[in-house]
Design a binder for this molecule. Sequence first.
Ligand SMILES: [Zn+2]
Length: 288
Amino acid sequence: MTRRALAAASRLAPLAALLLLAAAGCAAPIQALDQRDTLVVQGGTFEVRFAEVDRHAQEAVQRAMQAVVPELARWGGLRSPVTVRVLPSHEALEVESHREGVGALKAYALFDVVLVQSPRTWGLPLLGPPQRELERLLLHELTHCVLFQQSAARREDVAAKAIAFWFREGMASDTAREASRYASLEDLARFYDDHPGVNPLSPDVELYRREHDVVYGAAHHAFTFLVRRYGEDAVRAMMASMRGGRTFAEAFQDVIGLTREAFESEFRRYVTLRGFRSGRLKAGPMTD
Ligand SMILES: [Zn+2]
């Protein structure tokens, strides 16, 4: 099936897209993940599912997890085992994650599942991606699992928490030290200057696709700003408050003492006034 046909299929509703894929004769982008292994490390238990063709690739995934799982303790760690599904193609990842048409997608996290495109297929056929890149990606995704598991008692309860996009992505980006991949604070200040009515902390689908670097950069810097002002304890307290039954908005107001919207305005003011240049905010540079 051609890329264009896949893109056309991806614009349809998921069921229609699957039917179209089936009609086009490529109904099985997902090979059976009939192999499994169990990884137990301090801080987590994982079941790794993979196709035989990815036996070697999944070993690299397991090594990366062993390296990064201890870092999750910063946010309280995992509360439930996680299944890691090593998918044999990018198309399989798009279908399983229901994120069709997102070419840059390499992985996707749910409450107790991480989907990862096999590093065998990342476009570096002989060597595969550097191990550090795999570690960064898995640390990002597993941080999402920690957030969901620390904020909701059950997988079914996560959506109702309505966790802000910038909090979710900023927490993962901060933990995986990804600032250099996205817009800097200066870039973000210019974006705010040029787009007075646009809030990159709550992007719609169009902004998310068009300004990927800006929305992830904004998420990263807003989360870092939150932590530097209110501390990591505040983040842990917010997750505990959500697990106790509150929504993200309620937990935010309770713990931080501001509405989420007031905080977002405060962050915007800080960025547009170039507060990051003065170093007035204690605890070092804001750009790491
Ligand atoms: Zn993410």
